[in-house]
Design a protein. Structure first.
Length: 90
């Protein structure tokens, strides 16, 4: 909810393994309203670039709902890297 298309930031949501499953389910149910941001057990990290290094092999990596292979994941923000146009909807 605090993210804007042109803020130049990644907003990484981290749920640690110590988070109980019932709490994770509550977070998922609150995604549409944006209230998941206030859930205990969720950590939000805002940054211009990141590098994630797994602590062990066979880690489970998920980016935007897509399963990603084991290994290092890194990205950086490209200023004005995308342009969006919207027309009038009748």
């Amino acid at each position: 909810p605090m993210s804007k298309m042109n803020d130049g930031l990644f907003h990484i949501l981290v749920v640690r393994a110590s988070c109980p499953r019932w709490r994770l389910i509550l977070m998922l149910l609150q995604l549409e309203s944006g209230n998941h941001i206030h859930c205990k057990g969720l950590e939000v990290i805002s940054c211009h670039a990141y590098r994630l290094e797994p602590l062990s092999y066979n880690s489970y990596n998920d980016i935007d709902g897509e399963l990603v292979e084991d290994g290092v994941i890194q990205a950086h923000m490209m200023p004005r890297g995308a342009q969006f146009f919207a027309g009038k909807v009748d």
